[in-house]
Write a protein that binds this ligand. Sequence first.
Ligand code: AMP
Ligand code: ZN
Length: 463
Amino acid sequence: MPLTVYNTLTRTKELFVPLRKKEVGLYTCGPTVYNYVHIGNLRAYLFDDTLKRTLLFNKYPVKHVMNITDVGHLTSDEDEGEDKMLKGALREKKTVWEIAEFYTDAFLGNMKKLNILSPDIFCKATDHITEQIALIQKLEHKGFTYFKGGNVYFDTSQVDDYGKLAQLDLSAETRGRVQKDSNKKNPHDFVLWFTKSKFQEQEMKWPSPWGVGYPGWHIECSAMSIKYLGKQFDIHCGGIDHIPVHHSNEIAQSEAALGKKPWVKYWLHNEFLILGQGEKMAKSGENFITLATLEEKGYHPLDFRYFCLGTHYRHPLMFSYEALDGARNARKRLNERILELKKAKGTASPTKQKKYLEQFTAQINDDLNTPQALATLWDLLKDDTLPAKDKYALILKFDTILGLDLKKIREGKIPPQVLRFALERLQARQKKDWKKSDELREKINQLGYTIGDTKDGFELKKE
Ligand code: AMP
Ligand code: ZN
């Protein structure tokens, strides 16, 4: 069945035709590891994972590369702003290297909990400084750069189709923009290599033909994707915020250096996860919600995965705890149905499964329509004409894309989170903290368990 994807480059849904039979190259812009990722970022990586699982489902041999931005880069997409890594280091009184390692591990932990398939190659910007310098030298040699005020800039005026991904109207854009960096010839020009750091205590520095310094942000993704996926590859992903600057700059510098167009065939972007009243996810404070925040409130990471699947990746996703409760309840019901179906006797018959499998495949192959695919799953559960064994077999096939870990659902085992709350509640009671004890009872109830006190401690029961 054909697979179609929405390509930001052409603003149309296109048939997916890989460049090569042997390998489908997929590149994802990874996080900047100066803090925990928030659930908005995680929506981006879940979208990516669904795309990769869909390619695998369609039997494409995927090679997935994700970078880790561990070199300091700036808090704004301009070359101005603050150095994110340095900011993290100062906040936590650690070195930038320690910060990067800690938050990389935290990110990997989140990916595992969300059942996100591990990329084939995880590459760090700081391990690829040589490749970045070589790419900048190539651009310099071809006349696409200029050196001003101690930094190497990319000269966007040398590229006739700069901004094509974002469909930027350069004349209008240029008129409206305030030039903050007086070294730039054009407002869209960007730094490839800094030797003149405006930050004190800059720890991450390397020697280069232009002096000791560090790379600009955009060059790392071009250098690493070209290294691992070749001079042209199939798909590049990220959130919509990357379209006007980061991805536009990646395209400009890569096509200038390689002389091949298009550098990447399909560009796929996810819409944002937003909070009520359209608020943006913040980097700190009340609006900074991480996977750990959800777990502390008693949600399972896969409740969040289910929640994301319920909205198409190209639509904004409004986050609220009420909506997440809905996803949790649906997942709970689904898990219960799985347990019933698992016990059924008989043999599965592929012919009986055909209708639903085709329907599900058509939906998922239509630019990853996960909300419709989930609806198909619930429809088949309600279908009395379909034997239980076939329902079970179908759902496990669907789960290779949904990633809800349905094969591992087991009966009777008390979830670790429930047990943790029960133990915390026991401690609270021993300290006669009745308020906390009641709060924990409420959390346990929300997870579908009741708790009673016994002589030796407590007794948990499934509601
Ligand atoms: P960053 O570390 O800022 O580069 O973000 C990592 C990824 O998360 C990028 O692909 C961003 O486009 C994406 N992203 C950032 N904020 C959100 C959000 N609120 N919703 C969805 N994706 C986001
Ligand atoms: Zn990138």
